[in-house]
Design a protein around this ligand. Sequence first.
Ligand SMILES: Cc1cc2nc3c(=O)[nH]c(=O)nc-3n(C[C@H](O)[C@H](O)[C@H](O)COP(=O)(O)O)c2cc1C
Length: 212
Amino acid sequence: MKVIALSCSPSRGRNSDHMLGSFIEGMKEVSTIEVEKIYLEDIEIDNYNFENSVGTMDHETKFKELTDKIKNEITGLVIATPTYNFSVPAHLKNFIDRLRFIALDMNQKNSIGQPVGKLRHIKTYFLVSGGTPAWAEKILFFTFPSFWLRGVFLYFGAHVMGAFYSGDVRTFQNKEILNKCRRKGKIYAEKLVRGSRQGILEHIFWRPPQSK
Ligand SMILES: Cc1cc2nc3c(=O)[nH]c(=O)nc-3n(C[C@H](O)[C@H](O)[C@H](O)COP(=O)(O)O)c2cc1C
């Protein structure tokens, strides 16, 4: 089973990158899981426009490799990101905008006229760092990336297995939080192996409209 772990902060070796590193350590405790860590900033991706909406451009070789893997090879996708202005860094936002051609079937519409998601084979997990304390994030959850990322990937038809937020701006030195990430990585990997369904919250509240 293959998992892609995407580190999406422009600041390597800082908070969300460390959270992902620990999560990967946990996943690797489950021997049948193969993990590939990718720094999103290493992937050249043009901004979305009408011309590139149906596929990758000739010069976007690494982006093509990545989208091919997401489409054909992986079972799991883990995204680690900081919170930037209530959202995600621009490169991650653009990556998600560009995923459209593998993520949505524009020829099929669901019951509310939206395109149908094509990433049903993928189970996602989100690791988010921010400068706001975790208790405040719990109340203002809708102003943080995990809320938005869950929504987008459910729209894309993927399963959402969960998300974890750290509000410590020195998470990269916080052994307690990093240990939690490691444990969560192990549990996520075990769920992939067992073929578990998505989290209960997603199942009850987030079920996207189904195709006709
Ligand atoms: C441009 C910018 C915007 C930010 N916006 C928010 C925000 O809206 N909410 C928040 O809680 N933290 C915000 N932060 C703080 C970062 O999310 C926080 O420092 C995080 O731990 C950085 O993660 P990283 O080390 O993985 O890049 C912002 C930081 C920057 C640089």
